[in-house]
Design a protein around this ligand. Structure first.
Ligand code: HEC
Ligand code: HEC
Ligand code: HEC
Length: 127
């Protein structure tokens, strides 16, 4: 004999625990909910949106190292497309809306890249 009520409660608790990462992710920060303005859809980023969302900081570090240490100024993306390694003339050419894009998401995630003491933020987006 078993206690049906206890089993049911056990199952409910199990389901809640088992799916808790999912609930936690709903409560956690969701990058796409930060109200950023994406550039026109007909263009593509240097890598997939997924990759960029998670790895643009590493990518920018790589770019800087390649450009400065190795004098290498062409980036070959995973799809074979070539891009000039330039924060200013590549990233910020498309992402002109610095305040509405980069900055909005950074503020939402409490990050404050220190790049702009030297690199220029595109004109027209006041910070
Ligand atoms: C103290 C000044 C300074 C700061 C701060 C700085 N940079 Fe730079 N960065 C430079 C200089 C100078 C170059 C060399 C420009 C060249 O040779 O084209 C450069 C080049 C680069 C390049 C490769 C070439 C280009 O034109 O984009 C990247 C990418 C880059 N920096 C990214 C960053 C990022 C990302 C940050 C912030 C996390 C940052 N930098 C902060 C001074 C700075
Ligand atoms: C040719 C135009 C273009 C260039 C160059 C470009 N981007 Fe993008 N970027 C886009 C577009 C369009 C999207 C949206 C892609 C999508 O949602 O499928 C995007 C998406 C992103 C995202 C993800 C936003 C999100 O949805 O969470 C980040 C972060 C990003 N770009 C940063 C950068 C950085 C950093 C560089 C330079 C290394 C760069 N981009 C260069 C057009 C560009
Ligand atoms: C969808 C959200 C989002 C967008 C859009 C975005 N970023 Fe970020 N960025 C982040 C997050 C989150 C971090 C912190 C990541 C970490 O610390 O691991 C970050 C970190 C960085 C860093 C490293 C800062 C440091 O001090 O280490 C740089 C540089 C940077 N972003 C540049 C850009 C640029 C340039 C753009 C616009 C072209 C951009 N980001 C757009 C979310 C975003």
């Amino acid at each position: 004999m078993y206690n049906a009520k206890a089993v049911t409660i056990g199952i409910i608790i199990f389901v809640i625990l088992f799916t808790s990462p999912f609930w936690a992710s709903l409560l956690g920060k969701n990058y796409t909910e930060s109200g950023i303005t994406l550039p026109a859809r007909e263009k593509e980023c240097v890598e997939s949106a997924e990759f960029m969302r998670n790895k643009h900081m590493q990518l920018l570090n790589e770019w800087r190292d390649e450009a400065l240490r190795n004098e290498h100024r062409v980036y070959v993306a995973s799809n074979g497309k070539k891009w000039a390694i330039s924060l200013q003339n590549t990233c910020l050419k498309c992402h002109k809306e610095y305040t509405e894009f980069c900055d909005k998401c950074h503020v939402a995630n409490s990050v404050d890249p220190y790049c702009w003491t030297c690199h220029l933020i595109p004109q027209g987006s006041k910070k």
